[in-house]
Design a protein around this ligand. Sequence first.
Ligand code: GLN
Length: 250
Amino acid sequence: MNDTCTGNEMKLKIMHLYPDLLNLYGDRGNIECLRYRLQWRGCGSEIVRHTCADDGFSLEDVDIVFLGGGSDREQKIVCSRLLEHKRELKEFAENGGCILAVCGGYQLLGKYYKLEDETIEGLDILDIYTEQGGVRLIGNIVLETEFAGKVVGFENHGGRTYIGSHKPLGRVIYGNGNDETSGVEGVVYKNVIATYLHGPLLPKNPQLCDHILTTALKRKYPDFQGLPDIDDDLENKANKYIVGRYAGDR
Ligand code: GLN
């Protein structure tokens, strides 16, 4: 299904993978945030929703791919479908395509997700792996990141993700993160951002949303000069409130 907002000079094509299955905690809000923050700058967007009912799959002209989170059961269904497109997705990432993957989607970008009685093969885009742990890691989380300042969200995962030599998205100031012990959260690889943060992530962290949009616009339009500022007063206040509440002055 396509959804287009036109009449603009610059436009991004955003693909939402399996919104029918990977849609926990309002992850769809990330798509709305990308779309509206483009529109508020006079840019257009085309949203392509690829669901289980869709046969064709093409990343042609796609600028940003979004994968949300889901239960282990839903993840298994999605993964069996996505493995058919492993090569295209890997090439997309290697060629600088932007991917945002949240929780279950994050785990699927790795080599595998090992559950108690079976192992789900991943897309092997990131050199990481996930193993099911003891208790679920649930709660608010605050990160310090390099390119988006303090990032806030909500995590709920049974899996522990081991990222090897990959660069994390941020240092955990409050919460659990990738594996409870390393003190880091998520992965940044080329233009791929993978994270456990739900919430949805982007409306809570507009600076991260603009980072993704800027990366995608620069890649598509070499003359792109940067996004004009918009009034983020409310968003920034909400972000600061969560940082203050959970992480104090840390
Ligand atoms: N099923 C995965 C886990 O529990 C991911 C859950 C999610 O996307 N919130 O680790």
